[in-house]
Structures are given as structure tokens and as C-alpha cells.
Design a protein around this ligand. Structure first.
Ligand code: COA
Ligand code: ZN
Length: 316
């Protein structure tokens, strides 16, 4: 709901690095390292984590250890673990692994849907019926994702009526929590406002999660636009990892520590300890073995000061 002047007082930050981030990494990250990172995230206060995907291990070898990860992570009270599920087989694997909620994989773009899950959008929607059925029998909620919701790297602009019609189909399946995925960073603040408002007008009971990638440098500005519209659920990745291997030019998600910093400075509650999260980001950077995009992990909190001798004085 558009609330005009006040920003929300609290938001839920959903960590997607173990899924969106790790899926982009070519070198297999040992299961024990994935588990350690997720447990550190929990210790830093994150309570909703997209931990893996139950997809074909041939499509995404990095996440072949989905069940092992879920079996080994801590499960503190109140923690919610989610995973991507593309089909009935994935749903059955996710139930066996005691997932907390399943997230469908579907794109508004026909071309990206075909690249990503090898079928037409309509066939993915039909496949969602089986996922909802299997999840329902196990008492597990299903959330609906809509990738390329702000544009597609193959097709260009995505007409908004496609997003509304997919969300309506989700609603008929009993899926009322919907994520708008900006797969390759094509969202802008104006588009975010327009699309969020149009979706809320069409489906007033919907709960929207926004999923931005920082590909064009406006990821956090898009979050501000979402906050202006009263949206309280945002996906982000530790250290700014992330990207879809089946979309051209995909880069990292908005960075979790950078997002928490901005929200803290806006006086918006997240329940997350920024200093601890920066520690987790540094650990992830060690595991990945290259410099990652996160900025807070390099600059530190706003009031971090340095020894005056650390920098030379400019002599004329
Ligand atoms: N988990 C494990 N294995 C699976 C599976 C799942 N969810 N779904 C299918 N498979 C296996 C099948 O058992 C079959 O194996 P077999 O050849 O040994 O019998 C094989 O994969 C092919 O199955 P099929 O149903 O024909 O799938 P496909 O080749 O058309 O691929 C997907 C469709 C959806 C499985 C695949 O495209 C996929 O996993 N995509 C996910 C992509 C992704 O994660 N993208 C990043 C997120 S944005
Ligand atoms: Zn993504």
C-alpha cells in the first residue's frame, strides 16, 4: 500500500546468497563451507534464507548438495529456509529435506523461461499445480517468483500485463506471496513504483517481495522506491554475490550488508547485526577467493575512523 510520507518501520531482509550467489560459482564450494556460512548468517540475525535450489544437478552442479546442506544447518527457532523448486521432482526432494517454503521458478519472458527451465511459461504454470499439491500435502507454503519482471536480456521490455496475469494465475493456485525478480538489473525507481502499484491495484491481497540485482548501479535506489510504496520484503546477497547462469550479462544481487546499512541509517528495523554480517561477508570472500562487490565490507560503517598517520599529508 502506498503510504505517502512514512517509510515502513521494519522490513524483512531475505538472504539469497547461498542460492542466487553460489549458483553462479563455477568451482564447487564444499558443503561444509556452505553450511558454515548459513550458520554464521543465522548468528548475525538473518531469519529468512534461500539456502539452495532443488533443480537438476546437471543444470546447476553447484547446488547438487541441496539435501546435505539442509540436513546440516542449524535450525534456530523462527528461522525460515526456502529453496527454488522447478517441478514435481524438485518438490518431492524439498519435502524430504524439510524445506520451510518452496519458491517456484518462472519468468515473465518466454525466452528466459525457456533458457532457465526448458519449457514455455504456460507449461511452467501448469507444473506449479503439481508443486502446490505436493507442498500442500506436506503443509509447506509455496511462494511464486516472477523473473525478468522489469525487463529481459533477450526480449527487452516485458509488458506489465504479463506480470499481472502470472500473479493472477498464482493466486488461483493459492499462491499469494509473489517475488518480482529483476534478473539482470533492468529495474529503475520509476518502473518499481509503477509495477508495484499496478500489481497491488490488480491483486490487493498480494504480498510482494522485491528481488533486485545491482547490474546498473541502482539496486538500492530501487529499494528506496519499494519502501516508498510500503513494500517490506527484500532479497539480497551477502557481499553482493549473485546472478543467473541462464541470463546474458547477469551480475550480483544488491548486497545484504550494504542494504542493512542503508536501512539502519533510515531507522528501519531488520534485527540484523551489521558488524557480524560484515564478518560473514569477509568469510564468504575468502571462500570464493576473489574480491566481491560489497562496499560496506571495504569501507566499514559510516563512523569508522582511521589513524591520521595512515594517509600522507598533501604537501604543495
Ligand atoms: N531435481 C533433480 N533432478 C531433476 C529435477 C530436479 N528438480 N528435474 C529433472 N531432473 C532430472 C530428471 O530426473 C532427468 O534425469 P534422467 O535423465 O537421469 O532421467 C533429467 O533431469 C531431465 O529431466 P527433464 O524433466 O527432461 O528436465 P529438462 O532437461 O527439461 O530440464 C529443469 C528442466 C527444470 C529440470 C532444468 O532446466 C533445471 O533444473 N533448471 C533450473 C535452472 C536454474 O536453477 N536456474 C537458476 C535460477 S534463476
Ligand atoms: Zn536473482
Amino acid at each position: 500500500m502506498h503510504n505517502g510520507d512514512a517509510l515502513p518501520s521494519a522490513v524483512t531482509v531475505i538472504e539469497v546468497g547461498p542460492r542466487d550467489g553460489f549458483q553462479m560459482e563455477k568451482t564447487f564450494i564444499p558443503t561444509a563451507a556452505k553450511v558454515a556460512v548459513i550458520n554464521e548468517m543465522l548468528e548475525a540475525g538473518l531469519r529468512e534464507i534461500e539456502v539452495t535450489s532443488f533443480v537438476s544437478p546437471r543444470a546447476v552442479p553447484q547446488l547438487a548438495d541441496a539435501a546435505e546442506v539442509l540436513a546440516a544447518i542449524d535450525r534456530p527457532e523462527g528461522a525460515m529456509f526456502t529453496a527454488l523448486v522447478p517441478n514435481a521432482k524438485g518438490a518431492e526432494r524439498a519435502v524430504a529435506a524439510r524445506i520451510g517454503a518452496m519458491i517456484t521458478i518462472l519468468s515473465a519472458s518466454e525466452t528466459h523461461n525457456r533458457k532457465n527451465v526448458n519449457r514455455a511459461v504456460e507449461d511452467s504454470l501448469k507444473g506449479c499445480e503439481a508443486i502446490v499439491e505436493i507442498a500442500g500435502q506436506a503443509g509447506i507454503p509455496v511462494h511464486g517468483a516472477i523473473a525478468t519482471a522489469f525487463g529481459c536480456p533477450f526480449e527487452g521490455e516485458i509488458a506489465f500485463h504479463r506480470i499481472v496475469s502470472i500473479a493472477k494465475r498464482y493466486a488461483t493456485l493459492g499462491i499469494h506471496r509473489v517475488g518480482l525478480g529483476d534478473t539482470t538489473g533492468m529495474a529503475t525507481p520509476r518502473l518499481v513504483r509503477e509495477r508495484v502499484r499496478a500489481l497491488q491495484d490488480a491483486l490487493p491481497d498480494i504480498s510482494i517481495t522485491l528481488h533486485f540485482h545491482n547490474t546498473r548501479g541502482v539496486g538500492l535506489v530501487n529499494v528506496m522506491a519499494g519502501l516508498d510504496e510500503g513494500i517490506t520484503r527484500y532479497d539480497s546477497s551477502i557481499a553482493g554475490l549473485g546472478g543467473c547462469p541462464f541470463a546474458a550479462g547477469a551480475t550480483g544481487n544488491i548486497c545484504t550488508e550494504d542494504l542493512i546499512f542503508m536501512l539502519d541509517e533510515c531507522g528501519i528495523e531488520t534485527g540484523i547485526d551489521l558488524e557480524r554480517l560484515i564478518g560473514v561477508a569477509n568469510h564468504v570472500q575468502e571462500i570464493i577467493g576473489r574480491s566481491l562487490p560489497g562496499q560496506l565490507m571495504k569501507a566499514g560503517p559510516r563512523l569508522r575512523t582511521h589513524q591520521t598517520e595512515a594517509v600522507a599529508t598533501a604537501h604543495g
